[in-house]
Design a protein around this ligand. Sequence first.
Ligand SMILES: [Cu+2]
Length: 163
Amino acid sequence: MKRALLISLTAILFVRAASADVCKIDVSASDQMRFDHQVLRIDSGCGEVEVNFTNTGKQPAKIMGHNWVLTRTKDLAPVAIAGMGAGFANNYQVPGDSRIIAATKLIGGGESTSVKFSVAALKAGDEYSFFCSSPGHYSIMKGRFEIAVGNSLANAQAANATR
Ligand SMILES: [Cu+2]
C-alpha cells in the first residue's frame, strides 16, 4: 500500500517537471576562449529559458572574463564591437542596447551566473547567435541558438548535453 502511494507521487512529480515552464541550459567557457557548445537548442514550447553560465577557467575577469550574450545573428558583430567601447564596468555591453535579447554579466574563472528570458522575445524564422562580448572573443566564442519547433523538450535537452 505504502509502495503504491510512493509510485503515484513520483509520477505526479515527473509530469510536473516535464511540463515546467522554464527550460534550463547549462553552458560554460574556459581560459581557452571556448564555449562548451557550438549549438544551443530550445523547444518552442519553453515559456522561459534560464541559461546557467560558468567560467571554468582560472583567470580573473579582467584578464579572461567571459559573458553569454544572445542577439540576432546579424547583430552579433555590431553588438560585440559596440560592447568593447562600453568597457569592463559595463560587462562590455552597451547599457540599454535593444539588440541584446539576453545577457549575463562578465565573470572570471570559477564564477557562475545566470540569465532568464522569455521565448516570446524570439521570432520563428529569425536566426540567433550567442557569443562572448569580451574584447576580441566573439570571433571564436560564438554559436547558434536554435528554436526547435515541434521537437520534444527531451530532444532539445539532449542536443544541449552534447558538444
Ligand atoms: Cu570570452
